[in-house]
Design a protein around this ligand. Structure first.
Ligand code: GDP
Ligand code: IMO
Ligand code: MG
Length: 429
């Protein structure tokens, strides 16, 4: 089966949007399976820049785009994003966008709670996007969520809202906040219902039909493996499973659906928000990576922390996510450096580690062991073939492959859609 699952191999912002957009010319369906509008995916096509948070990146090419049940959906953010893209000339209709009826909704009360908790946490804060992602997932597993299909019955929502609000009112009281205005919440839901419902479908059925017809499905992950709630740098993670295995459960297809698992990996490392980051650079090289890479969050505008490539973390990400091959992005950002470092192991209390320890205190304490390789002075920006890469850049890529034990399938050399080198076609596998 020629499906492809794209996931982030680091702490997010690896360039998934660009690669998904590029691959979606070969796909029949593009499906999101987790996360929500905490994601920020930037696509550059000629002189147009598209910034997507909730919509699958395939929508820009008009490819059938599906938001799976594993996503948490803010109806107002959805409407704003649809309006923004429509104004940019992207046609979004029920013919090319389908949303799972079983998606839990992110409500204003989730956004409130996210912000209240962050504000009360001082130094211990996670640095969330404050979009209400965590609280919405909590209500999903707590069996209190209002879901897309409930919007068909807003008049009957009384008992469900009572249960949800009782839970939230207790939490809000702890923060000195007034109880929820239930009538207002119900009114807001009634007003947005028709907009969301025009896209609501049993998407598991659409996707299973597509599977039986032999269609190519492209799964688009958000965030990255190191932000996975199980495998990431807990508690400094997001509240969903970001690994490739989630593609099946987050859309309603069996585990064999994932196909080629393409890990998107930046040629260096960035992180936005709090939490451990062994190869972080607080010097002028970190500054340079941030400037050349325009490392500012798409969603929150926050400055991203920058550092050297961490082969230990990426090897672990590839292993826990079953990555078949990687897309190495932002190679051009390393152009012109005298030397480049790669983290190949850690030191912790006199011991050498070949993997990232589980405990938060150990994660914060590890010291990277570096290998240094010579940089290249030529420009790789805009390269579209292997032959256009300087020998030293190829050496760097080969060393990365060796250390992470995973081959490179694509290389990206600029934000522009077509500035992409195809080494091994994930759809042909
Ligand atoms: P995502 O969240 O994984 O989709 O990544 P983001 O879109 O948040 O961040 C990646 C940023 O890098 C975006 O601004 C992209 O336009 C840009 N980008 C993607 N690939 C490349 C590349 O190969 N080189 C450069 N210089 N920029 C890139
Ligand atoms: P894309 O899809 C980078 C980070 C936040 C915070 C943590 C928890 O663009 O790669 P949350 O709001 O999810 O509860 O925040 O996760 N985070 C991201 N970092 N890229 C993302 O998405 C992210 N989505 C969440 O900064 O540290
Ligand atoms: Mg992003």
């Amino acid at each position: 089966m020629a499906n492809v699952t794209v996931i982030g191999g680091q702490w997010g912002d690896e360039g998934k949007g660009k690669i998904v957009d590029w691959l979606s010319s070969r796909a029949d369906v593009v499906a999101r399976f987790q996360g929500g509008h905490n994601a920020g995916h930037t696509l550059v096509v000629g002189d147009q820049v598209y910034k997507l948070s909730l919509l699958p990146s395939g929508i820009v090419r008009g490819t059938l785009s599906v938001i799976g049940n594993g996503v948490v959906l803010d109806p107002w953010a959805l409407k704003a994003e649809v309006e923004k893209l429509t104004a940019q000339g992207v046609a979004i209709t029920p013919d090319n966008l389908q949303i799972a009826e079983t998606c839990p909704l992110i409500l204003p009360i989730h956004r409130d709670l996210d912000a209240l908790r962050e504000d009360a946490s001082g130094q211990g804060k996670i640095g969330t996007t404050r979009r209400g992602i965590g609280p919405a997932y909590e209500d999903k597993v707590g069996r209190r969520a209002i879901r897309v299909c409930d919007l068909r019955h807003v008049d009957d929502l009384g008992p469900q809202l009572d249960r949800l609000c009782a839970h939230h009112d207790a939490l809000r009281a702890g923060f000195g906040q007034a109880p929820i205005d239930r009538a207002r919440l119900k009114q807001d839901l009634a007003e947005i219902a028709d907009f969301v419902l025009q896209f609501a479908k049993p998407v598991w059925l659409t996707l299973n039909d597509a599977k039986h017809k032999g269609s190519r499905i492209l799964f688009e992950g958000a965030q990255g493996v190191l932000l996975d709630v199980d495998h990431g740098t807990y508690p400094f993670v997001t509240s969903s499973n970001t690994i490739a295995g989630t593609a099946a459960g987050g859309t309603g297809l069996g585990p064999s659906a994932a196909g080629f698992v393409l890990g998107i990996v930046k040629a260096y490392t960035t992180r936005v928000g709090s939490g451990p980051f062994p190869t972080e650079l607080d010097d002028e090289i970190g500054q340079r990576l941030g400037e050349r890479g325009h490392e500012f969050g798409t969603v929150t505008g926050r400055k991203r922390r920058c550092g050297w490539f961490d082969a230990v973390l990426v090897r672990q990400s590839c292993a826990v996510s079953g990555v078949t091959g990687i897309a190495l992005t932002k190679l051009d950002v390393l152009d012109g450096l005298e030397e480049i470092k790669i983290c190949t192991g850690y030191r912790l209390g006199g011991e050498t580690l070949d993997h990232f320890p589980a405990h938060a205190a150990d994660q914060a304490a590890v010291e990277p062991i570096y290998e240094t390789i010579e940089g290249w002075q030529e420009s790789t920006a805009g390269a579209r073939s292997w032959a256009q890469l300087p020998a030293q850049a190829i050496k760097y890529i080969r060393r990365v492959e060796e250390l992470i034990q995973c081959p490179v399938a694509l290389v990206s050399t600029s934000p522009e859609r077509e500035d992409t080198i195809l080494v091994r076609d994930p759809f042909a596998d």
